[in-house]
Ligand binder design. Structure first.
Ligand code: GDP
Length: 310
């Protein structure tokens, strides 16, 4: 199945969770009688308590023969390149903006990072059902924002959808019938590039997030940059300076399916997966084959200390 990896960028309350719920329902990822028990990107209690998104999460839906991995982006200030690492997993971004409020600081911060990485945006003007919606002005504000953030010509040539995540529709023009979110699925498939990865090179993956699972222990999540990883393959954890952290085996590999994760036997380049079996390797480190020496998020090696004797 072909893959599209896309991140959603939104200011808090602009409707990210509602939109992802809608995409899950309309993709048929949920059976009709099955409720979205947990809200898609809001399941972490700590996050709910604080009302912010701390961890990058991924929701995966199938559409028209494609697997869409939808990555949440943290809205808070960056810690050590976290936002960039998360955005390095995707090939496009959906910038979700409230049709009444317009772009807000959180939208701006992450959008700037996405543009800097060369990602093409899709603008979704959400809550177009609001009586106080001002979709045309908000579109102008989005354009002005991208100009102010130094978007290139290709990025400024962004497609726009008007949507109501709450009512479950998206349209290219507000005069069209407001039926479903299919225009958004189609736009993601068409506008977001297929992951540019090398399936034939050795397996490599940059660890983007880490979590502790009660059954599987430490789970390292990232996008497979190249190659294929099979269950029980020997792997190496590599530091940002290229040093070996540990030799291990991929005891379990999980892919995202809807809101859940499913055990798979092989992870291919381009997909976003979680790997169990490593003890010390962490965020920003690289997983590779036992022979691997090149980290993906390399940090310059400290300059050698020169000692002089007279
Ligand atoms: P998030 O913080 O970006 O995840 O936002 P939520 O999805 O939690 O939505 C915040 C609030 O906006 C909730 O009360 C939603 O019901 C409401 N909301 C979300 N999408 C829409 C929409 O399209 N139209 C309207 N009128 N309200 C919406």
């Amino acid at each position: 199945m072909e893959i599209r990896n896309v991140a959603i960028i939104a200011h808090v309350d602009h409707g990210k969770t509602t939109l992802v719920d809608g995409l899950l329902k309309q993709s048929g990822t949920f059976r009709d009688n099955q409720k979205v028990a947990e809200r898609a990107m809001d399941s972490n209690d700590l996050e709910r308590e604080r009302g912010i998104t701390i961890l990058a999460k991924c929701t995966s839906v199938e559409w028209d023969g494609y697997r869409l991995n939808i990555v949440d982006t943290p809205g808070h200030a960056d810690f050590g390149g976290e936002v960039e690492r998360i955005l390095s997993m995707v090939d496009g971004v959906v910038v979700l903006v409230d049709a009444a409020e317009g772009p807000m600081p959180q939208t701006k911060f992450v959008t700037q990072k996405a543009l800097g990485l060369g990602l093409k945006p899709i603008i979704v003007i959400n809550k177009a059902d609001r009586p106080d919606a001002r979709p045309n002005e908000v579109l102008d504000e989005c354009f002005d924002l991208l100009v102010a953030l130094d978007a290139n010509e290709e990025q400024l040539d962004f497609p726009v959808l008007y949507a109501s995540a709450k009512e479950g529709w998206a349209v290219t023009d507000l005069s069209e019938p407001k039926e479903n979110l299919h225009p958004l699925f189609d736009l993601i498939v068409r506008h977001v590039k297929a992951p540019e990865v090398n399936e034939n090179a050795p397996f490599r993956m940059l660890v983007t997030t880490i979590e502790s699972n009660p059954y599987l222990g430490r789970l390292l999540t990232g996008r497979v940059e190249s190659g294929v990883l099979k269950t029980n393959d020997p792997i190496k954890g590599l530091s940002r300076k290229g040093g070996k952290i540990e030799d291990a085996r991929a005891t379990k590999i999980l892919a995202f399916r809807g809101l859940e994760r499913e055990t798979i036997t092989a992870a291919r380049a381009g997909d976003i997966v979680s790997v169990a079996g490593l003890v010390r390797t962490t965020v920003a480190d690289t997983l590779g084959t036992p022979e691997e020496t090149e980290p993906l998020d390399a940090q310059p090696i400290d300059p050698p200390t020169i000692s002089m004797t007279f």
